[in-house]
Design a protein around this ligand. Sequence first.
Ligand code: C2E
Ligand code: MG
Ligand code: MG
Length: 402
Amino acid sequence: MVEISARRILVIDDDPFMLKLMSHLLGHLGFIQVTTCDNGRDALEKMDCQNSLPDLILLDLCMPEMDGIEFLRHLVERSYTGSVILVSGEDERMLQCVEKLVQEHKIPALGYLHKPFNSEDLFALLEKWECPKLNKLWSAKKTYNVDEVRAAIVNGELVNYYQPKVVVATGKVVGVESLVRWYHPQDGMVFPDHFIGVAEKHGLIDDLTRAVIGEAFAQTKTWQDDGLHLRVAINISMDNLASLEFADYVAAAASAADIEPDCIVLEVTESRLMKELSGPLETLTRLRLKHFSLSIDDFGTGHSSFIQVCDIPFNELKVDKRFVHGAASNATLRAIYGTSLSLAQQLGMKTVAEGVEDRADWDLLRSTGCDLAQGYFIAKPMPAGDIPAWITAWEANIENIL
Ligand code: C2E
Ligand code: MG
Ligand code: MG
């Protein structure tokens, strides 16, 4: 078996961030012979010049000049015998079709990465490439210190992903939830659970939330200008609400971005809400008066009393994912899900079920009259740029889902 360090990998992608991210991830896994290229023509030229072909190519399918399929044809002409991993934001069916095409060319396809993918997805494919000794250390690092998180905010390494929310009755896409990711220069994509807590503990959460809001409001406006009217939800930490200027800050940011407050939803997690109510109550009420929507997130995981829920003018209740996925076949989950839904409905709030992962979850929502759905069954969180194409594909397929 060829040593990892001797294997030559070529990454072709027109997105400079993807090139940087992939070469870092591969480097951390122990691959040191990684070449990157931002277009197919240059990649072919390089191969011809060096008169050698790589052992593996990570190939982006959608590139402006030469697309991935055309590139594959040129590979066949050069009698390529290495492997290929396809990378694309296209839907999975499209990727499966191209994977078949690759196999017909007799090029070993390890599989495909659907953008946005995480490091584990890449890792799983590379394991198929008979790489038993991959250096896994990088994925074990789960905590970051305050200086690292501060630097991430200052250096603009935080990026909002967006997960669609659809109307259960019609399948129509009406909104998205912004979920922050950290494009870590060495570790790849880091999820919020690994850094939000650090930011909260060390007084960085205001800066973090402002970065998230700035990006989300600007994105809302961009979509609106393109004719896409989505309600954009943002996760707010309880620590943000403690500051008396927060409501004014959010209103000023919306006005600066030229968007109306009623297209913004602020999500607050229930578990922390109930412990520290008095200060946040004022901020939340003022935000509501300014016509921002308020959503109570992860409902069912805290220890709320119904009176406290009533005290805050929430418009929306999101049933936590652990009471949604699998609830159709589990009486306990089903009872908590049903009770939450009924409470929200009686208080005149919109109901959202998160964590809708499969058809059984989706059918339960449809038979119980839940308003909105969010979860992997519909779509994973994705970069802002992928949202319009995803909506087009989803809407074209809607009758198969209803
Ligand atoms: P959340 O607001 O409850 O967001 C839902 C989480 O569930 C997200 O995880 C999402 O990726 C994940 N998810 C979505 N659909 C499914 C599904 O079908 N099944 C399963 N198992 N999970 C699903 P993520 O992005 O890792 O975020 C975790 C939490 O981090 C969020 O929970 C939110 O509380 C917090 N968070 C995210 N972005 C921000 C932010 O900008 N500011 C603050 N303060 N917190 C944030
Ligand atoms: Mg949320
Ligand atoms: Mg939630």
